[in-house]
Design a protein around this ligand. Sequence first.
Ligand SMILES: [Fe+2]
Length: 176
Amino acid sequence: MSKLSIAHFGLRSRNLPDAIDWYGKAFGAKVLYRDEVAAFMSFDEEHHRFVIWDDGETQPKSEVASGVDHIGFACDSLSHLADEYMRLMGLGIQPSLCVNHGFTCSIYYHDPDGNEVELTADNFPTKEECTAFMRSEAMKSVMQPPFYGASFDPSDLAKMRQNNASEADMAALGIN
Ligand SMILES: [Fe+2]
């Protein structure tokens, strides 16, 4: 197993103040360095998780452009995912898509430049159970376009969380 881990993402923006505002809200990220062109931001002990810049030459990106399609961030649990959904709704940040992928539930957002950011949580208590699902026939039936899973209404997730639903009950969202 590699000792490498993900340090940060570099994002081009066409409107740096908007991007800083969005990542500040969505991740609670703070600016640790800023100049006319770039901002280094972090939401944890790392010195930067995002470096965002606008050098005046940034072009809009097609949604189907090759390269990185989205970046996914893990929540500890489905309860945590629900909490993040409710926190972001409170900040006026709405998801573009919510999908139960069978082994995870994911909520997708777009930053002001159209980059897709995924918040995701495992549907099983252990990584072993998640990988067992991926290797099962059930995975093949889930991995079908257009959503590669079952779309769900995030307000249902929020309601379940507010009613102290179990992780197992939340893991069935959109499936039944
Ligand atoms: Fe993903």
